[in-house]
Design a protein around this ligand. Structure first.
Ligand SMILES: C[S@@+](CC[C@H](N)C(=O)[O-])C[C@H]1O[C@@H](n2cnc3c(N)ncnc32)[C@H](O)[C@@H]1O
Length: 252
């Protein structure tokens, strides 16, 4: 999985969607001043920024397995403790936090149930675990037009629809398997305006995540075919892209 790209490439490719999503996930997790919270799979810090805004840097910790993202998150959020770690093995003691959140991460975990169990372990009793994953299976994610075009051109393409939590009900099921209580599923939705087709397309060529990996690995002619099919499928620019994510909240 290519999360070795720089933070700036990530911002242009996915940060444009994950920044407006962050306040909604924080809201779902019922974050309140005075709490200590953990951002799991923080990337360069889209959700971290929202948690810092609400709680202050001293109340926020963050982890990510990607070295460039850890460095970026440390530089962008002074005072936040950012460590290199995966969800499946969190470097914290039991019940260290009031809440643990993972924005757009569960589908990349090697073992999602183990990762969620770890998030529950480091959260206090009756504390909240919350997560969200784009609705890749329902064709409502921000990358859905890209994957639709890619599948039209090559039926063997592996898109992100089969990933953990990317279909209705699956994230809540994983939460229950991880032993969380009172699990509720919801939908988060964002609107992002794209001024031109090129502004939408160009970040796909930067090699970020599965879609970026796929686009960057194509021969120039195949990549151009994919680009032009995406242009046909999208509305004329400027256009507003609406994307939704499955979200789940559970209590420890
Ligand atoms: C789509 S990005 C989301 C980043 C950030 N949360 C946001 O909303 O912009 C997915 C992140 O999950 C991280 N990741 C991948 N596998 C992980 C794992 N097993 N545990 C924790 N984070 C992981 C990646 O390094 C990447 O930063």
């Amino acid at each position: 999985m290519s999360f070795t790209a720089g933070a700036d490439a990530y911002d242009r490719f996915m940060g444009r969607y994950s920044v407006p999503l962050a306040p909604q996930l924080a809201n779902l997790a019922m974050i309140t001043v005075g709490q200590r919270v953990l951002d799991v799979g923080c990337g360069p810090g889209a959700l971290t920024a929202e948690l810092v805004r609400q709680l202050g840097p001293d109340a926020v910790s963050a982890v990510d397995p990607s070295e460039p993202f850890v460095v970026a998150a440390q530089q962008r959020h002074p005072g936040v403790s950012v460590q290199r770690a995966a969800a499946e093995q969190l470097p914290f003691g039991d019940q260290a936090f009031d809440a643990a959140l993972a924005q757009l991460v569960v589908h990349f975990m090697a073992d999602p149930v183990r990762g969620l169990r770890e998030m529950a372990r480091v959260t206090r009793k009756h504390g909240v675990v919350a997560a969200c994953v784009w609705d890749h299976a329902g064709g409502q994610g921000p990358l859905s037009v890209f994957w639709e075009a890619a599948l039209e051109l090559d039926r063997d393409v592996e898109d992100e629809s089969q990933l953990a939590g990317a279909r209705e009900g699956h994230l809540a099921q994983l939460f229950r398997e991880a032993g969380l209580h009172g699990v509720e599923e919801g939908v988060l939705s964002i609107d992002v305006e794209h001024p031109s087709f090129e502004e939408w397309w160009e970040p796909f060529t930067l090699g970020v995540g599965p879609a970026g990996d796929y686009a960057a690995g194509l021969e120039p002619m195949r990549q151009a075919q994919l680009r032009e099919r995406c242009r046909e499928l999208l509305p004329a620019a400027p256009f507003v892209l609406t994307a939704r994510a499955w979200a789940a909240r559970g209590l420890v």
